[in-house]
Ligand binder design. Sequence first.
Ligand code: G1P
Length: 171
Amino acid sequence: LADVNYVRQKQALGLGHAVLRSKELVGDEPFAVVLSDDIIDAEVPALRQMLDVFEKYKSPVVALMEVPRENISAYGVVAGDVVADYSGRGRLVKLSDMVEKPKADVAPSNLAIIGRYILTPDIFHAIETITPGAGGELQLTDAIKLLLKTRAVYGYVFEGTRYDAGDKFGF
Ligand code: G1P
């Protein structure tokens, strides 16, 4: 029932670079990014929960999860303000900053980005604008941070349990 197309990222130049490879395929419409090593078990799929946010606010949405400080430097980490009147399942945060893999003592919060994003096509120009960041890679986090200068971006603390299949215990 679906058409499946793919593009390859032939060199490991970062998540931002990987997403940029899909520019022609995506075209001029909103799209989802799913990092398949983040597995989320939820009554309502996390992406569905995030679509509810997108449909209401018409702005990009990144998935968030609270993470203990000692593990925070493995993630993209956000700063922002809780949207008090959001009535969905999870918690909504209007983002003001984000940083990829910060040291624990300078992390802006304990809210980590998890591998689900609903993005808009302006992300491609942002990725083309940034320079390599953490680990010498083109980071999606840095491109979304650039978008924050010109439009609202939301973080969404989803309802569900996340397993990191890139980690032996999570797997
Ligand atoms: C990627 C993202 C990071 C995010 C993480 C979630 O990092 O760059 O912002 O927190 O996925 O799993 P990676 O795990 O590829 O190093």
